[in-house]
Design a protein around this ligand. Sequence first.
Ligand SMILES: [Zn+2]
Length: 447
Amino acid sequence: MSEEKKRVGMIGTKERYFQPEIEMISAGDLADLQLKRLQETVANCYSNINFYKNALDAAGISPKDIKSLDDLCKLPFTTKQDMRDAYPFDLFAINVHDNVQRLHASSGTTGNATVVGYTQQDIDNWGDCFARAIAQVGGGSESILQVAYGYGLFTGGLGAHEGGIRIGATILPMSSGNTRRQVQMMRDFGVDILACTPSYALLIADTAIELGFDPAKDFPISGAILGAEPCSEGMRKEIERKLGVTVVDIYGLSEVMGPGVSCECRYQNGLHVAEDHFIIEIVDPKTLLPLPDGEWGEVVFTTLSKQCSPLLRYRTRDISRIIPGACDCGRTLRRMDRITGRTDDMLIIRGVNVFPSQFQQVIAAFPEVTSYYQIILSREHTLDKVTLNVETVADFDFDEIKKIESLQHRITAELKSNLQVSVDVKVVEPKSIERSEGKAKRVIDLR
Ligand SMILES: [Zn+2]
């Protein structure tokens, strides 16, 4: 990183907070706030959403029964299927013609889309959550924020945009695509913060380098807020090195709000949950019983401030854990670990459960290869066959067959020992795997 970047950027600068009164709230004050908001949320759900009135009646719970946060576990769960069944507006607490400012929806590749409505207050709260992430990479009202998430029904683009508004930054609403133009404007406009998916950040960095720039030295960019897909530590380091930035991981899902439900601080040691707006639980996906801090399970969120689309105990299908203990940054909001997978994305290969992110973690240890990879599942006779294509770094010598074989052999052995799965590894030349301007397509299932 250049001297200039060190001076203006993150390194050696003081931690920035957007809402210290919340981000450093005491445990007692947070519990009081959460209980008050939980009681309001349950009352809102019961009075205004038939689905919840029926579910609470069936469980024998009335809003008055919520006397402490421990009563949360008495509430029924909400699933993605419940949201699909409610298509389009049956889970809204407000008539869509009244104070609903905006609608977002999931892509709905299987079945109905899940639709979420936002009042102005909901949008402002969302902006606050994302603005905390901007502050965590050193951004503020003087920043120029390049939003390269897609704008549209997907919550990435407009979520980041609202964060920029709340913190008073200058927003460059690029949306995704047109990567050369992204690079040109990043440089010409002096962008200091980028928000997009990790795979797109890498593509922007590589495109800048191809165009003859060294963004780590020549561009003022110093922070990146990346989310909507998993990012291994190796991929994070690669983006940080190529762009000369601090990368923080942001998490969220449209059903619950959008990006900003939780976000890393610059210690990069877990994502602080916006606990003033959400209660997080980790449950055993089979028994649905809450798990203690530190144990891995399915992430469940209850919204605390949403007016239009409140959710009680929404099962995200994402796998994570609560990281015990305090963070060095001084924030008191609890941290969840990075998502290791989704119960949806889990691949079952010859009876073994594997997440695509585990492949990424293994290959990150090999300096000869990059973060561009693809997993191809096929069937040979009656057995599953797994092929991993992974691109090498630019200066890898493809003329030396022995070197290629040795590398493939070592990656295969490491995958076997980590995942208990036999994988046919093929190292391929740079740029032979299709690039993505949004979420990367990591798995091709031909079975
Ligand atoms: Zn922290």
